[in-house]
Design a protein around this ligand. Structure first.
Ligand SMILES: Nc1ncnc2c1ncn2[C@@H]1O[C@H](COP(=O)(O)OP(=O)(O)OP(=O)(O)O)[C@@H](O)[C@H]1O
Ligand SMILES: [Mg+2]
Length: 504
């Protein structure tokens, strides 16, 4: 059987034989060229311990680096998982960098101090569609920075959503709103008024200038937000009124406290000097000329805002407490958005005054959540926020501002080119921007304003929309794809869906 089988196989015709009948042959693959001698990937490399040979010994320097040239598509094959310069493990541990798989830390003040990180101010702007986790990210950051000595000041919590955290930390939130007893005087002297008598005349002069400038900036914002122009004439009048009321123009050594109704009253029944100094012909001319200004200030003392910003402050911040929050929900609930914007402006100015003389090493996170409510009021309101943010470097605060979309700060007033320009400059006041999930419709706008590549825009419109807490972090010119993680306790403290969750 075997024999016959062998015979059968030996007589069978090969494919070549069969094809030969048709006058053709099988196409042959040409022999491959001889393989080049196997090359080592890293030739000439010397082990860190040097060469074990007489006369060689330990390497005094590190071995020379081998150079390679390849395209950016090829590099990840040899060096996978490296996505760019990582940030140092300093400050709040926020979550993880999905490109490198490493932990992601946030410590803006240390970033400013480190010249290798392209950040020159510690301000943070957070953008994101409602519900993507802007506030939760801020809350996690605040909580995690406590252990590094940071305390937080929430300037205007329009949803009272920082109250849970505040209570958890043992601090009673301060509430202001229609009918509530709390009062904030936006014209507080602030920290610069402390120990006034102990200062030299020169220092007092310097402090008075800062205080008057802050007040003027606030009044300009308040008046401008009601559509009343604040020209140099109005500025001079207000400046004089403020100097009179504080006693500064009469050479007083101590500045008297001032409130908005007092400023209003001084304009309502002007002194002879005020009329003459501002070159009005008579009190009636003054009265007529300053009517819009007076009415704009008067609006702060009636309606929704009555009893909130028109008398001495009743709130004395406890700077040793880990958090101080000023809740504005009851005002927000009235639905009067202009009033909320004005209230935020007053709180900002007050907050700035309170921080003006911060002791060195007093580290604070100052939050302006939902800042669009303020900046969309007017150009002056944008300028007021701009002035507040510029100070962070000198005061050592980390100022955080949250917005829905990048054009929110641009929606100031009537979109005049000046307003838009200042609002764009406002974006430049932060070197750290956190871009959370957004709809496609905002992607172009994001790309335009922030100089994002198409791929980065996609990160925001796709990847970041798939989970809460996902964001493209822009740290100077570096970009990180970060997932913020919340602990179970933080999830509870940051939960903001009570109103829409049937189980909640
Ligand atoms: N990283 C996260 N992991 C899990 N849940 C999160 C995360 N971030 C936010 N959430 C949850 O998502 C909900 C909405 O978050 P948050 O209130 O922070 O959104 P927001 O962007 O501030 O919205 P809005 O613009 O309405 O203020 C909250 O209940 C919060 O607990
Ligand atoms: Mg929020």
């Amino acid at each position: 059987m075997t024999k016959s089988g062998t015979k059968a196989r030996s007589t069978s015709r090969t494919i070549d034989d069969l094809l030969a009948d048709f006058g053709t042959t099988m196409p042959r693959k040409t022999a491959p060229p001889p393989a080049p001698p196997a090359e080592k990937l890293f030739p000439n490399s010397i082990k860190a311990h040097g060469v074990r040979r007489p006369g060689h010994g330990w390497a005094p320097t590190m071995p020379p680096l081998a150079g390679y040239q390849m395209t950016s598509e090829e590099t990840p094959v040899l060096w996978p998982l490296i996505s760019g310069d990582g940030l140092p493990p300093w400050g709040a541990e926020m979550g993880y960098d999905v490109l490198s798989g490493g932990k992601f830390y946030c410590d803006p003040m240390s970033w400013v101090l480190d010249d290798t990180i392209p950040v020159t101010n510690p301000n943070i702007f957070i953008f994101g569609k409602p519900g993507r986790g802007k506030s939760a990210t801020v809350k996690a950051f605040m909580l995690r920075m406590i252990r590094y000595g940071y305390r937080s000041l929430v300037l205007g919590d329009v949803k009272d959503e920082y109250e849970d955290i505040s209570k958890f930390l043992g601090v009673d939130p301060f509430r202001i709103g229609p009918g509530l007893p709390g009062r904030i005087n936006p014209l507080d002297l602030g920290a610069l008024g402390v120990d006034w008598e102990k200062q030299t005349a020169e220092e007092q002069e310097k402090r008075a200038t800062i205080i008057f400038n802050r007040w003027l900036m606030l009044i300009r914002g308040l008046v401008g937000s009601q559509g009343v122009s604040f020209t140099p004439t109005e500025e001079t009048v207000i400046n004089e009124v403020l100097q009179d009321l504080t006693g500064w123009s009469a050479g007083a050594s101590r500045l008297k406290p001032v409130t908005i109704p007092q400023v209003w009253a001084a304009l309502h029944s002007p002194s002879k000097e005020l009329v003459n100094n501002n070159r009005y012909e008579n009190p009636q001319a003054f009265y007529d000329g300053t009517r819009p200004l007076r009415d704009a200030l008067g609006a702060l003392c009636k309606g929704s805002l009555q009893g909130m910003f028109d008398s001495e402050s009743t709130f004395q911040p406890d700077w040793r407490a880990p958090i101080q929050t000023l809740s504005l929900r009851s005002l927000h609930a009235t639905g009067n958005k202009v009033a909320v914007g004005i209230a935020l402006m007053c709180l900002n100015s007050w907050g700035q005054g309170i921080r003006e003389a911060a002791a060195a090493g007093d580290r604070r996170i100052v939050l302006r959540d939902e800042a669009w409510l303020q900046t969309r009021l007017s150009l002056e309101a944008v300028e007021a926020l701009d002035a507040n943010l510029r100070l962070s470097r000198t005061e050592g605060d980390i100022q955080i501002v949250t917005y829905h979309k990048p054009s929110d700060p641009l929606s100031a007033g009537d979109q005049g080119s000046q307003a838009a320009q200042i609002a764009k400059d406002l974006l430049n006041l932060s070197d750290v921007r956190i871009l959370m999930g957004q709809d496609e419709s905002v992607a172009d706008e994001l790309g335009r304003l922030m100089g994002l590549s198409e791929m980065q825009q996609n990160v925001i419109t796709n990847w970041a929309m798939q989970e809460k807490g996902r964001a493209l972090w822009m740290v100077g010119d570096q970009r990180y794809k970060v997932q913020t993680l919340l602990t179970p306790l933080e999830r509870r403290l940051t939960y903001t869906n009570e109103a829409i969750d049937p189980a909640g």
